[in-house]
Structure formats: structure tokens, C-alpha cells
Design a protein around this ligand. Structure first.
Ligand SMILES: Cc1cc2nc3c(=O)[nH]c(=O)nc-3n(C[C@H](O)[C@H](O)[C@H](O)COP(=O)(O)OP(=O)(O)OC[C@H]3O[C@@H](n4cnc5c(N)ncnc54)[C@H](O)[C@@H]3O)c2cc1C
Length: 419
């Protein structure tokens, strides 16, 4: 099979690159093995854990950070473009590069965020909490949502919080199996009469409150489910708060971005793993082989590696070292195993910054030399600590768009030269 570009990995990075290329009319395929980190998304696409000013000094404070390759001007532009890309795919993001806000963590803390899915609660400033009357509603038997922690966190910032629990007959059935009483299982029930019943119960409890928070368990397929619920809840403002474990809005984002890619003409090959590659005579990558299509070569002019970090198995830790398993690319990692992890479990973890080494155009290096028609994007890259710096999705989105733009630019030049 022949394409203009093939992307390995269909998480946030692969999909964003794929949508950009498909939108430009390129014949593009994504081959993706398994679940992506989007399935656990907090609801915010994180760009940087502090405020914008800190990014200005990044080349000195964090010289190896991928943002230095992208550059601030592009980062700002891509932030706007991805908001529009999500909107076209059916998801509304609030916030922008100029005006960061605070998002709520599952245990009631506030973290700076720049882009957050609209249904999640956000605050312009911590002082916005003062005097607010907040009702936090848990679901009976659902253990991945912590209303008391949230109440205590918001209470410390001056909000007056009340916690209530509600039960629904539809959820009682789920409680018979602990594995079913999870966000995704609950979201499947949140429609029709169950949604109306929940709105009625919560409305009854919301008297005197100006903000109602519920766990993010609405709408696996689209945003309309939560919007319907919110309309039934008038006049109190209703928002969701993050749950731990699988994220319903994250599963939805994976689905809607995949659908958008296919709608634009991209080919999505799911449940298959790229295991090896072939070179042409000039040393360029010519094709890929996968597990499920052992007798077919996937050929393309350009390739994007968007296989994620350890979570997506884009990086693999062996007993001796850290490897990039498809191409055997150069990896930045501490040599001694005891230096991979920090001593304190909640402290800085060196392995977070491990990843593939790239040049200034996102070509990964192999044996110290750039691989010309391969680009590496997203959390497979070295140099960022998504947890400590709060830059997970920012690095992914900006490098994914940059790689796609590089491919489009290089293709344009090749076409001009051949005329
Ligand atoms: C659990 C978790 C939660 C996170 N939550 C957030 C958050 O809320 N906000 C935020 O900003 N950042 C978050 N991050 C940071 C996160 O890394 C990024 O936001 C982002 O989603 C990662 O995207 P990615 O495309 O680089 O990798 P991934 O999402 O890991 O996707 C890589 C994909 O490539 C596939 N793949 C791997 N190897 C192959 C192969 N050989 N062949 C074919 N396919 C392959 C994998 O199956 C996977 O589907 C989180 C990270 C993790 C691990």
C-alpha cells in the first residue's frame, strides 16, 4: 500500500499530524496499536505549569526542551489552530495562550491550564472561589471521584461547599460488578430517562447554590449529552470535575479526532503494530511492516513516529537500557539503571525526560545522523517532563503540527524543483 505519509501511533500526536496532512489533501494513513494517553486525559491540554512569562526564558532554563525547537511564536499559533481543529471535530476548548486559567485536579487542587474542554470547571483566578456556594455531587457506589477532597480544596479558597450523593436505578445495576461501576460504564447509562432523573435529583439539591459540580461521566460520543443535562439543570451553573482512571471526555476526544481524520480522507488502521522497516538504496525509509499485515509493505514518502513514551510503548525499558523499538533510534537516557528513577515517588523522575533525540526539524537521529524522511513527535521526544512541567499536550500538539508543516513544505519544494 502506498501513501504520501504514514504516521505510526494514533494518540493525540498522530491524530493532530494526520488531520493537518489530510486537510492539506495528502494521502495519509495512521497505523495504531492500542490505547493512547488521551483515554486518561484530565480534560485540559496542558502547555506549561506556570504562567506565560516563564516560557520566555526557556532556552536558558531548559535548553533541551522540545519547545525550543518549536519556538514560542509557533507554539502560540499552534495553540490557536488546535482549538479550531478540536472545534471542527466537535469539541469546544476554553482558554488561550494569552489568558491561562485554573483547572481543578481530582483531589481538589487548582493548577494553571491554558486549554480546557468546555464542560470542565475552570476559574479565572483563585479569588473567584471566595463566597461561591458550591454543591459537589457524587454518585452512590462510584469510587473514582472524590467530592470531599474537592470540597476541602475549594473550601480553603473561600468557597462554601456542600457534598451530596445521589443514586440512580440504572447505576444500581452497574454496582453489581465493581469493574462496570467506572466512568465509561456510567457514561453509557447517562442518556434518556437516566439523564432526566439525575437532572431532577440534582436540581432538587441545588437550591441556594451557584455552582454544581459532578464527575465527568457524560457523553462518550459527543458534547451534546452534557449540554442537555446542563439545560435541564437551569438556573444553577453546572460543570464537571475530573475523575481518576479512564476519562470519558478523553475517550470522546480520541473518537472525535479519529472520525475527523477519516472524514478528511485519512486511512486509520487500528489494532496493528509496526514492527520493522525497510530502506531504499539511498538509505531513506521506504516502507513499514506490521504484525497483522505481515505480507504487505506500507510504503510512503514521509513517516511520522508518534508512538508515545513508555505508556504507549514508544519507548521500552529493557534490563540494560532504554530503546526505541521500531527503528533503534538514538535515545537520551541515563546509562545507569539506578539513575532512571528519583528517590521520592512524588519527586522529580528522570525517566520522564527520556526519549528520542531529534535535530532542529524533528528528524530523529540514528547513530548520530538524522533520518531524513522520518519525524518524531509527541511524548516519544526527549527533554520534557510532562508531569513536573505540565506541558504534556503542549509538546505533543506543537511538535505534531510542526512535523506536518515540515512535510508539507518539503513536498512543496520537491514539486517546485520537479517543474
Ligand atoms: C496516563 C496519562 C495521562 C495524561 N494526561 C494528560 C492530560 O490530562 N493533559 C495533558 O496535557 N497531558 C497528559 N498526559 C501527557 C500525554 O503524554 C500527552 O498529553 C499525550 O496525550 C500523549 O500523546 P502521544 O500521541 O505522544 O502518545 P500516546 O497517547 O501514548 O499515543 C501513542 C500511540 O502509539 C501507539 N503505538 C506505540 N507503538 C506503536 C507501534 N509500534 N505501532 C503502532 N502503534 C504504536 C500506542 O498504542 C498509542 O496509541 C498524560 C500522559 C499519560 C501517560
Amino acid at each position: 500500500m502506498r501513501y504520501e505519509a504514514i504516521i505510526i501511533g494514533g494518540g493525540l500526536g498522530g491524530l493532530v499530524s494526520g488531520i493537518r496532512l489530510a486537510q492539506a489533501g495528502r494521502r495519509v494513513a495512521i497505523i495504531s496499536a492500542g490505547k493512547s494517553a488521551l483515554h486518561f486525559c484530565s480534560g485540559s491540554l496542558e502547555l506549561w505549569s506556570k504562567w506565560r512569562e516563564e516560557l520566555l526564558g526557556l532556552s536558558e532554563s531548559h535548553p533541551s526542551h522540545p519547545y525550543n525547537i518549536v519556538g514560542l511564536e509557533r507554539l502560540e499559533r499552534y495553540t490557536k489552530e488546535v482549538k479550531e481543529m478540536f472545534r471542527r471535530a466537535g469539541m469546544s476548548l476554553v482558554g488561550d495562550f494569552e489568558k491561562p486559567h485554573y483547572r481543578l485536579t481530582p483531589i481538589g487542587g487548582l493548577k494553571p491550564a491554558w486549554l480546557t474542554l468546555e464542560e470542565y470547571v475552570t476559574f479565572g483566578a483563585k479569588s473567584d472561589l471566595e463566597g461561591r456556594r458550591v454543591l459537589i455531587v457524587g454518585l452512590e457506589g462510584y469510587l473514582d471521584f472524590y467530592p470531599e477532597f474537592i470540597a476541602s480544596g475549594l473550601g480553603r479558597l473561600g468557597a462554601e461547599c456542600r457534598v451530596e450523593k445521589v443514586s440512580l436505578p440504572e447505576l444500581e445495576r452497574l454496582r453489581e460488578s465493581a469493574a462496570e461501576m467506572r466512568a465509561v460504564g456510567i457514561a453509557r447509562q447517562m442518556q434518556g430517562e437516566a439523564l432526566e432523573r439525575l437532572a431532577e435529583k440534582v436540581s432538587g439539591l441545588a437550591e441556594g447554590c451557584d455552582l454544581v459540580l459532578l464527575p465527568a461521566v457524560f457523553g462518550l460520543a459527543d458534547e451534546e449529552c452534557f449540554r442537555r443535562f446542563a439545560r435541564m439543570m437551569k438556573p444553577a451553573e453546572v460543570r464537571v470535575a475530573p475523575t481518576v482512571s479512564a476519562s470519558v471526555p478523553g475517550v470522546r476526544a480520541q473518537r472525535l479526532l479519529s472520525e475527523e481524520f477519516v472524514r478528511l480522507g485519512g486511512q486509520l488502521i487500528q489494532g496493528d503494530r509496526v514492527v520493522s522497516y525497510q530502506l531504499d538504496r539511498s538509505g531513506r525509509i521506504e516502507s513499514l511492516s506490521t504484525i497483522n499485515h505481515a505480507d504487505i509493505l506500507f510504503r510512503a514518502d514521509d513517516f511520522i513516529l508518534a508512538t508515545g513514551s513508555f505508556f504507549g510503548r514508544g519507548l521500552v525499558a529493557t534490563s540494560e537500557n532504554i530503546v526505541e523499538p521500531i527503528f533503534g533510534l538514538d535515545v537520551v537516557a541515563a546509562e545507569a539503571r539506578e539513575e532512571w528513577c528519583g528517590e521520592k515517588i512524588l519527586g522529580e523522575q528522570p525517566f520522564q525526560r527520556f526519549g528520542v533525540r531529534v535535530d532542529g526539524r524533528l528528524h530523529p537521529l540514528k547513530g548520530g545522523r538524522p533520518v531524513e524522511n522520518l519525524y518524531a513527535v509527541g511524548s516519544v521526544l526527549a527533554g520534557a517532563d510532562a508531569v513536573k512541567e505540565g506541558c504534556g499536550a503542549g509538546v505533543v500538539i506543537s511538535t505534531a503540527l510542526m512535523a506536518a508543516d515540515e512535510i508539507l513544505e518539503q513536498n512543496g519544494k520537491r514539486k517546485e524543483e520537479s517543474l
